[in-house]
Design a protein around this ligand. Structure first.
Ligand code: GLU
Length: 299
């Protein structure tokens, strides 16, 4: 008999603010998925973007998620065999992987403004880097970022929820920023690999990152996880729900007297996991949870 591989899923928040309902919903889905298949659930703190990280936010996030009734088998506060589970503790590892990618990267000295001026921005999204520095830095006297040579066309992939995805993630992207910070794309791939993650469940604002990350897995010769992108709760402007939309943090609701079971009930009802609005614990939702059977999510 062939031994079945243990499924390993993860939730990877950035400690840039409080946990609100949108964050909680993605965490709940990741947790339910791992628990319903008897897998391992990993919590990773993505705190590399120092200027955006808020003091105390990481601890507060863990506490809020626990209060909701979620738990994790490995994480910053519980340890595990695949740590560290906090990105700021892995800088040497990212540097080592970046160095191993040398034949796929080049220094780029373009400024944001220069890129915006010459780049095309398909579908109103991020401008696609036109490759100005591919054959040598345009301004050798400047500090350089390190860019990855993205294959064209970018890889397509089969998303568990979205099906076939193609045509996204075009353009060479940054792995190491001019200001010395490692970029999310690099750190995320290194960590999902180091933590032996088999399934990446996350918000669908990250769909365009996935072809980039797949290209990195291939350049590194690492196996790719499966991807499942879940719809995010969006603000009226179509952007990810944030404080500026008046998104209320779990902590505020809790302080105002809401119970965890009523919040989880609201999330579960919005996801179609229960038929009427009622109190429920995450544990009560595990039995029969079917990620692939999720109906389109209403905000
Ligand atoms: N840290 C990222 C975020 O909060 C999520 C990364 C991921 O799930 O791949 O947006």
């Amino acid at each position: 008999m062939v031994a079945r591989m243990v499924e390993r899923g993860r939730f990877a928040p950035s400690p840039t603010g409080p946990v609100h309902l949108g964050t909680a919903r993605t965490a709940l889905l990741g947790w339910l998925r791992a628990r319903s298949v008897g897998g391992v659930f990993v919590l990773r703190m993505e705190d590399l973007d120092a200027p955006r990280v808020r003091e105390g936010a990481a601890e507060a996030m863990l506490e809020d998620l626990r209060w909701l009734g979620l738990d994790w088998d490995e994480g910053p506060d519980v340890g595990g065999d695949y740590g560290p589970y906090t990105q700021s503790l892995k800088l040497a590892r990212y540097a080592e992987v970046l160095a191993s990618l040398a034949e796929h990267t080049y220094p780029c000295t373009c400024s944001r403004k220069e890129i915006a001026e010459i780049a095309s921005a398909p579908h109103g999204g991020e401008p696609v880097y036109p490759g100005t520095c591919r054959d040598g830095p345009s301004h050798p006297e400047r500090e350089a970022a390190i860019r990855f040579r993205m294959p064209a066309p970018p890889p397509s992939f089969e998303d568990l929820l979205l099906g076939h995805v193609e045509g996204l993630g075009e353009g060479d992207f940054v792995l190491h920023r001019k200001d010395g910070l490692f970029a999310y794309q690099l750190a995320c791939v290194v960590d999902d690999h180091d933590m032996a993650i088999t399934e990446v469940l996350r918000g669908d604002d990250l769909v365009p990152s996935t072809p980039r990350q797949i290209a990195l897995y291939r350049a590194l010769g690492w196996p790719e996880p499966v991807f499942a992108h879940v719809p995010l709760v969006l603000g009226a402007d179509g952007e990810r729900l944030a404080k500026r939309h008046g998104a209320i943090g779990i902590r505020e609701l809790r302080d105002a007297g809401r119970t965890a079971a009523s919040l989880v009930g609201e999330l579960a009802f919005g996801l179609g996991l229960i038929d009427r609005l009622e109190d429920v614990t995450p544990a009560e939702l595990v039995d029969g949870f079917d990620l692939l059977g999720l109906r389109p999510v209403t905000p």
